[in-house]
Design a protein around this ligand. Structure first.
Ligand code: TXA
Ligand code: MG
Length: 343
């Protein structure tokens, strides 16, 4: 695709026009980039197998890694799933619309290409008003992965999308920066007890509380892409969500201790981008210092934008100050662990 049409949404009239234009293209079987509250999505009509297969091609995503189906309203939801257990109802009523994805038995109308041939489907009712508006106008659910190249950083602004996929997409709705900032929490409800497949800002303790269960499993699947066939959530590759520059998470108690660690590792601070939230360096020795708020939700909101900004400077290393160990930070911690490379 040579030319990208970018639809602004900064007035009610422009928002309505953008939703209408996006819905028309989607109904024609086209792919449109849409904002959601988590990250931008590369959307297609979930009921159109041919359109969905083009989403995989555009991202360079292996067809063994299934997509999330986005719905608005209970009747559209019930079209997509074959079974709706009580625990799903509890979670949906607590967290939808919002950054939670539920994996359930798939209904017949969802083509196999969406779910990578699995008998389950991941469904999410997003809260972003523009995404909701487009889905309502379409009248069909939208399959949408994050709008990045496979295994690269997810986009939280329209510009992030354009820098990775600008030569592949035809239409993008600019809904401004995403308010959540990391991908939804994915919970598998097909087994005896719920299992978190991907942590997010809706964390384990909130899910446990709503389910009324003392312990919810977290299925950490740390395998490489090649080994993904047949596993529960093939998207759970260890190497995922990565910036192009090598990234390391370091723990230190002072700036001096950090500088000492960098010296030992042979890193030149002048070629290092630093992402910190607690110990803020006073020196100007670093290539870039990003100060992100010491608050789990604000941190998640800022994380990808800061990593994108670091990446454009092509540093030798991105160093991230280690995050607190409590549960509220588990979504951001998970993304950093996946983005980190061996030194
Ligand atoms: O916040 C989000 O979830 C964003 C926005 C656009 O909604 N979407 C997103 O999609 O992050 P994607 O494709 O980048 O990640 C979907 C994750 C992958 O890890 C995938 O393997 C998992 O959900 N998934 C999808 N369908 C599944 C299924 N049937 N069973 C298990 N895991 C599934
Ligand atoms: Mg993704």
């Amino acid at each position: 695709m040579v030319h990208v049409t970018r639809y602004p949404t900064d007035t009610p009239e422009r928002l309505a026009a953008a939703e209408q234009a996006a819905a028309i293209q989607l109904a024609l079987g086209e792919i449109v980039v849409l904002p959601t509250e988590t990250v931008y999505g590369l959307a297609a009509n979930a009921l159109n197998a041919e359109a969905v297969s083009r989403v995989f091609d555009m991202k360079g995503r292996p067809n063994t890694n299934p997509l999330i189906v986005h719905v608005v309203g209970w009747s559209m939801l019930h079209q997509c799933v074959r079974v709706w257990p009580e625990v799903a109802d509890r979670l949906a009523r607590a967290f939808w619309p919002g950054p939670l994805t539920l994996v359930l038995p798939r209904s017949e109308c969802i083509p196999g290409v969406v779910t990578a041939g699995l008998d389950t489907v991941a469904v999410r009712w997003p809260s972003h008003p523009c995404m909701q508006g487009v889905i309502k106008r379409c009248g069909f659910p939208l399959a949408a992965p994050s709008a990045n190249l496979a295994n690269r950083l997810s986009p939280t602004t329209a510009d992030h999308v354009l820098s990775q996929l600008g030569d592949r997409i035809g239409w993008i709705v600019d809904g401004g920066p995403c308010s959540v900032g990391i991908e939804s929490t994915v919970v598998d409800l097909t087994g005896e007890t719920p299992v978190i497949l991907r942590p997010g800002v809706i964390h384990r303790e909130s899910i446990q509380g709503v389910c009324g269960m003392p312990e919810i499993g977290l299925r950490e699947i740390w395998v490489e892409e090649e080994a993904c066939e047949g596993m529960a959530s093939p998207g759970q590759f260890k190497k995922h969500y990565s910036p192009t520059s090598p990234l390391s998470v370091l723990s230190y108690k002072s700036e001096t201790a950090l500088r000492q660690q960098l010296l030992t590792l042979g890193a030149d601070p002048g070629r290092v981008c630093l992402l910190c939230h607690d110990i803020l360096p006073s020196s100007d020795a670093f290539l870039r210092v990003s100060v992100v708020p010491h608050d789990p939700e604000a941190y998640a909101r800022a994380l990808y934008a800061e990593l994108h900004a670091c990446d454009t400077l092509r540093p030798e290393h991105i160093i991230v100050e280690a995050l607190p160990s409590d549960v509220a930070w588990e979504g951001a911690r998970d993304r950093l662990a996946r983005a980190a490379s061996d030194w």
